[in-house]
Design a protein around this ligand. Structure first.
Ligand code: NAI
Length: 306
């Protein structure tokens, strides 16, 4: 069967594409017809140093007959993000999709975490998304089309010991996705996120006996789909690893209603189990949807009693 997910004629920026998951994204996108800007400063897992990782991936893509150009800009600065987007425009004259994948780790418990451990991680993952997307956005808006894929993590969405900096950054990206998805929808820009699990240098010795099953290629298939015109999803978080793909979502329950008179802290103590019950949750499409839910619980204008 011929390929139905195609990126022919599309230009995609992939940050952190010199290694691991980003490298798999870049080679897969190129194999599907995209011209890829392979961005990577080529540092170690903690973000120090530099190497020719991006150039190596570009050489690999070209050897396979694909189109790619390297960028060694750091996404941790606004200037780096602007240069990276400029590289796409200068080289290929357009930009269609951004996959923000670059990442570093500075794992410590909060008690041992330095200011630098916090800022370095937030700068690459979270501020890095702003640094790349702010200069990219006007190009996407002008052409009325764009795809953005952010890289979140179960570490933030569900928690992981010793990763307060990383977890906060990765969940911050979900806030960014939620808002950009609303701002971009009427401009043809769709914004989604992945929460991957893959065998890379970042997860060395963490995946145990099944390490070999966690080929980054499993993740690249999902990201390539999300970066394509064929993807119509917006504001979704897809979790992918080892060949399994699922959806992570934020839901909210109708909860407990204590009546129009403000409840006391003691009322909350008494109601805490009911407040935390997971029955009848909904998955809002925006913050406004939760307001609608509250109105319904209160029997307000959009509620069943209206
Ligand atoms: P990796 O360490 O192999 O790749 C990350 C790449 O980002 C590296 O090549 C690095 O040089 C690059 N990078 C770091 N700082 C940069 C900067 N300032 N500017 C440009 N490039 C920079 O790690 P892996 O596993 O491939 O991770 C890719 C993404 O997936 C990261 O965002 C990571 O947090 C995320 N992730 C990975 C998981 C896994 O199981 N491997 C789990 C959850 C999330």
């Amino acid at each position: 069967m011929s390929a139905r997910v195609t990126l022919d004629g599309r230009v995609v920026v992939v940050t952190g594409a010199g290694n691991g998951i980003g490298r798999a994204h870049a080679t897969t996108l190129a194999a599907r017809g995209a011209s890829v800007v392979v961005n990577d400063l080529g540092g170690t897992v903690d973000g120090s140093g530099s190497s020719g990782a991006a150039e190596q991936v570009v050489a690999e893509i070209r050897a396979a007959g694909g189109a790619a150009v390297a960028s060694t800009d750091s996404v941790a600065t606004a200037a780096g993000g602007a240069d990276l987007v400029g590289r796409a425009i200068d080289t290929y004259g357009r930009l269609d999709a951004v996959i923000h994948n670059a990442g570093i780790l500075r794992d410590r418990t909060l008690a041992k975490m330095s200011d630098e451990d916090v800022s370095a991680v937030l700068d690459v993952h979270l501020a890095g998304a702003f640094h790349v997307l702010r200069p990219a956005w006007p190009h996407l808006v002008a052409q009325g089309y764009g795809r953005i894929v952010l890289t979140s993590s179960s570490s933030g969405l569900f928690g992981n010991f010793g990763q307060a900096n990383y977890g906060a950054a990765k969940t911050g990206l979900i806030g960014l996705m939620n808002v950009l998805a609303l701002e971009g929808a009427r401009r043809g820009i769709l914004v989604n996120a992945i929460a991957p699990t893959a065998a890379t240098r970042m997860t060395e010795n963490l995946l145990g006996e099944l390490t070999d099953r966690f080929d980054p290629q499993h993740v690249a298939a999902v990201a390539t789909f999300l970066a394509s015109e064929q993807c119509q999803l917006n504001r979704h978080i897809l979790t992918v690893g080892g060949g399994r793909v699922g959806r992570i979502f934020l839901g909210v329950t109708p909860g407990w209603y204590g009546g129009p008179t403000p409840a006391s802290p003691d009322d909350i103590l008494d109601a805490v189990d009911e407040i935390c019950r997971l029955d009848d949750f909904i998955v809002p499409d925006s913050g406004a949807d939760e307001v609608t839910l509250i109105q319904r619980v209160l029997g307000g204008p959009s509620g069943p009693s209206a």
